[in-house]
Ligand binder design. Sequence first.
Ligand code: ATP
Length: 328
Amino acid sequence: MAKELVAFRNLETHFKTSAGTVKAVNDVSFSIREGETLCVVGESGCGKSVTAMSLMQLIESPPGKIVGGEIFFEGKDLLKLSKKDMSRLRGKEIAMIFQEPMSSLNPVFTIGKQITEPLLYHLNMTQKEAKARAIELITMVGIPRPEKIFHSYPHELSGGMRQRIMIAIALSCDPKLLIADEPTTALDVTIQAQILDLMRDIKTKRNTAIMMITHDLGVVAEMADFVVVMYAGKVIEEASVLELFREPRHPYTQGLLKAKPVINQRKERLYSIPGQVPNPVDLGENCHFHDRCEFCMEICKTKAPPLRAHIDGHKTACWLYEEEGKAQ
Ligand SMILES: Nc1ncnc2c1ncn2[C@@H]1O[C@H](COP(=O)(O)OP(=O)(O)OP(=O)(O)O)[C@@H](O)[C@H]1O
């Protein structure tokens, strides 16, 4: 089995708001291995992006703060690094691409300037070396006429091309981990498929680990080796992709899978999980899914279930699989 690259251990990231404390990430632990694609999946607001931003240490503070836990990268606790060491790591060892490439690209600089910047900063290349490498990177992400693109501005490119450029920038220093936060959500379906193909290709050729944030189970099925399901700031299930689709155990995961359309199966109405994600302010110490769960028991209303492996490598946080729950 590949070596562990990233480990979140009991991470807690909170936001202080006028309405109260939002425990956006509430005691989250999971690992990412070298060369693995791990998908973090869950409905909007469940804490996927805040987990990734905590790893990058880009949480806006105030109102946000990492109040507990550790985040290890190659055995080093990132939360103990100085600002300077962290900024050396960011963009070099760990890179990130976002949903909307236009908001990450600077409209006033050429594509060339933006691709060469990390090469000059992190790898101390000369301008000439950086340009040659940038042309290579633009070609690698499948854009024709790289010389012309090098001198273009972001607004001159299509959405799909801009996302390819973001991937080129993210890969410029050959990072060990690429974080992709909903990288295809803003793109149309054909372009989405091309970007996913490109990411799969990168993973195979460079052995880059990918932490992919998505709410789309189609993307999970296509991309993931391993899946972490989050709900209201907690990990409620984690398993290999095959295991998760074969035997989803948490009622929330089962609901997510039921909500996915399947080719060749006509349904009158697509299933949606009844109810809503709870108000994130001042959540209690119970199972946050209890009031949407058809199997809810008394214990679920008062006590949070532990996240535990009942089958090898497949963890679930649900009282249905615990002795205390079975007794009810
Ligand atoms: N700056 C902030 N101030 C207050 N609350 C915040 C802030 N940023 C995030 N949150 C809260 O943290 C929780 C988790 O948000 P997060 O963006 O991680 O969710 P997500 O699962 O990535 O959802 P999405 O798919 O919509 O991006 C949400 O309840 C959100 O409102």
